[in-house]
Design a protein around this ligand. Structure first.
Ligand code: T4K
Length: 370
């Protein structure tokens, strides 16, 4: 799609093509293009160091690590999760033959509301799958306390939380496992790609089997695994992008500062400030439109912006719980999800990426500040 005159919600961080070509030449020369090649091994090591996590396993996208984490932890029955996310979160529960149970979110983070989790626990509950929505850390301490009390596993969908730290520690170290997406639209991308973060070498070994059909060696299959390995071309691309990601996050930070300066005090427009002690990645910049106070509904503003060539996105509208696969569940009743239902009707994610010019940012602000 030609988006030359459009300011899109994001734009992929791309490595220098000459550097990439040089790595492609190495791949061509080696003739080793997938199945745990040299760049795959290098990227796992480099990412574990960059992110500050003990073990990581690369995947072909950010959806299959969710599926595999649930399988690896032998999750059955019911899984408590949030309706305010990309649909892959809930689909992974469904694909494992489990029942998703939706719990409302808290307004302050858009993450699952810890106050409402216990009421959703039944004898069939085995796990909680929260999302660090927009890269804002969930209340991990309270979620872990509930999980410990009831003997539940916690798998964080951290697709948005690349590089996010709380008091110097990676948010990916929380819970039993965390998943990442390296899709082109993410802060750090490998075109398509993803990863699973785990705490010990045995679990990494098992995950590495599961993402390779369950093969443990040449002739033994230990479980019905899937094929979700990352290839060498994308691992090479990922190594190059890792060198650029800090500068990209800082460029996003500067855009966030401009947005906040311009939008603070605009009646009916709410946004997030940085959280104390958190290293944010500025993956998204959601604003929340209070139609009464702003004098225009979210959709009126959204379509006005589009007419002017500013393509924000309404992440995450509609709620996952409203899709036909899930809307019949008791927990999908909007009365059970009042905050998520309201927020989904208020949100617009403004364009946010490393390549926005000052002029782009001003144009976006001018659409909102009448
Ligand atoms: N969990 C969570 C919480 C997630 O948000 C996601 C994915 C997942 C799990 C699953 O991870 P993956 O399996 O996808 O790795 C996008 C992404 O496809 C998806 O990865 C992402 N979340 C979701 C929130 O957004 P779309 O349909 O909104 O993307 P699209 O194609 O409309 O692109 C948005 C804009 O980005 C375009 O207007 C222009 C720009 N763009 C996009 C692409 C693909 C480019 O400039 N170049 C590109 O190549 O879903």
């Amino acid at each position: 799609m030609n988006t030359d005159n459009i300011i899109t919600v994001t734009s992929p961080l791309l490595p220098d093509l000459r550097d990439f070509n040089a790595m492609l030449e190495q791949i061509w020369a080696s003739k080793w293009v997938t199945n745990n090649g040299q760049f795959h091994r290098q990227l796992e090591k480099a990412l574990a160091e960059y992110l500050g996590v003990p073990f990581i396993s690369l995947f072909t996208n950010g959806t299959l690590p969710l599926l595999t984490a649930l399988q690896a932890l032998r999750i059955t029955g019911e899984v408590i999760t949030t309706p305010y996310s990309f649909v892959a979160t809930t689909h992974s529960i469904w694909w494992n033959g489990c029942k998703p149970v939706f719990v409302d979110i808290e307004e302050s983070t858009c993450g699952i509301d810890p106050d409402k989790i216990e009421a959703a626990i039944t004898p069939k509950t085995t796990a909680i799958m929260p999302v660090h929505c927009y890269g804002k850390p969930c209340d991990t301490a309270r979620i872990q306390a509930i999980a410990d009390k009831y003997g539940l596993k916690v798998i964080y969908d951290a697709a948005h939380a690349f590089g996010v730290k709380v008091n110097g520690d990676s948010v990916l170290n929380q819970g039993d496992m965390s998943t990442l997406s390296f899709h082109a639209t993410k802060v750090y991308n490998t075109l398509e790609g993803g990863a699973l973060v785990m705490k010990d070498a045995e679990t990494k070994q098992r995950i590495d089997y599961l993402k390779n059909f369950g093969f443990a060696g040449e002739t033994e299959v230990v479980a019905p695994g899937i094929n979700s390995k990352m290839d060498e071309v994308r691992a090479a691309y990922g190594l190059l992008n890792l060198r650029l990601v800090d500068a990209s996050i800082e460029a996003r930070h500067q855009v966030a500062i401009r947005y906040r300066e311009a939008l603070r005090g605009i009646s009916g427009i709410r946004f997030f400030d940085d959280m104390p002690g958190v290293r944010h990645n500025y993956s998204y910049f959601p604003i929340f439109v209070d139609a009464k106070a702003y004098g225009m509904t979210r959709d009126e503003l959204y379509f006005k912006m589009r007419e002017q060539g500013v393509w924000g996105r309404r992440y995450f509208y509609p709620l996952i719980s409203t899709f036909s696969t899930y809307r019949g569940l008791d927990s999908a009743n909007p009365e059970n999800l009042p905050v998520a239902t309201r927020i989904a009707d208020e949100v617009i994610c403004l364009p946010m990426h490393h390549a926005l010019s000052e002029g782009d940012v001003q144009k976006i602000i001018d659409c909102i500040v009448k």
